[in-house]
Design a protein around this ligand. Structure first.
Ligand code: 5GP
Ligand code: ZN
Length: 118
């Protein structure tokens, strides 16, 4: 069995699990987080299975650049007209829960709080 077979975000890409999609093209999918931490909480994922930002290399740069470049448009489309925060949790220390690379876009209220508790 491939890691993709039971990967929850790969299942969303394949349409096996429903999601509230807000953007889709050949390479990238964006959808609303199922347990939002703020009024705006979008996840941006590559359609191909990449486990973590901790596992990318230079060959992934075009895809990563595309994902990041989509962020402001996606954020504005959700109503984030005065800024937002992007978070990418990676690996054990990053406390990444879903092992398929994703960018969190959060926003929609002020103040959002500190980046991390001090
Ligand atoms: P991580 O901790 O890996 O950075 O974040 C994983 C995120 O995925 C969490 O914010 C969680 O709420 C979200 N998530 C987990 N399972 C699902 C799901 O089945 N559908 C959606 N839309 N979001 C999910
Ligand atoms: Zn996956």
């Amino acid at each position: 069995m491939n890691s993709q077979d039971d990967c929850i975000f790969c299942k969303i890409v394949r349409g096996e699990i429903p999601a509230k999609k807000v953007f889709e093209d050949d390479d990238v999918l964006a959808f609303l987080d199922i347990k939002p931490v703020a009024p705006i909480h979008v996840l941006v994922i590559p359609k191909k299975h990449i486990a973590s930002l901790a596992q990318v290399d230079e060959t992934d740069a075009p895809l990563l650049g595309k994902m990041l470049a989509l962020v402001p448009t996606l954020a504005r489309a959700q109503g984030a007209d005065d800024g937002f925060r992007v978070i990418v949790n990676a690996g054990r220390i990053g406390q990444q829960e879903v092992p398929h690379l994703h960018i969190h876009i959060v926003g929609g209220h002020h103040p959002l709080g500190p980046m991390l508790a001090r």
